[in-house]
Design a protein around this ligand. Sequence first.
Ligand SMILES: [Zn+2]
Length: 212
Amino acid sequence: MNSYKYNPPKVFKKFFNGFIWESAIPEILFTFDDGPDPLTTPRILKELNNYDIKAVFFCVGENIKEYESLTREIISEGHSVANHTMNHIKLNRLSTKEIRENILSVNKSLENTFNYKPLYFRPPYGRFTFNLSKILDDFGMRNVMWSLLTYDYKNDINIVKFALNNYLRDNSIIVFHDSKKSADIILDSIRFAVNKINEKGFSIGTPAECLK
Ligand SMILES: [Zn+2]
């Protein structure tokens, strides 16, 4: 499956209704993909703390291993750490067995190092496969897609503003990145999102509330 423009089409959401596409309640969820990253994750954590926002970090297993203390910090700050594969690979390049092993290896590393059991998964590049629901069911996990892609990784604040101005809803799941690609604009992006949410009278929820 391809990734989509800012908000995936309705027919997709209906067909893959076992996946989570938007918040379960009228509260907005912030998510950050591809970290942890030593340049951006600490800044993001500080900014989220300022606003008292709890987010989901879809972490890459290799980064979890490389930046163990950052991963620990995400968890201790009360955010959710979720699985974004071990090596940020497109799932359609893997066999069912390989997908299973890839996801399990990230779970194991979180369990062994941090005694942490991740509940959520997001496929890199939004490319999911038909066998994914069954695999995640077996692990007691849910696939979390999104309803608002900010394209922050293009490192252009005007694109992020365009996305938020046009696609923000009261139940949006917003995708940002804690990655070097978005380093220049990520804090401004978060601030713009928070201001927009306040301006519209929307509110921000926690992972546990939004992903019921
Ligand atoms: Zn990613």
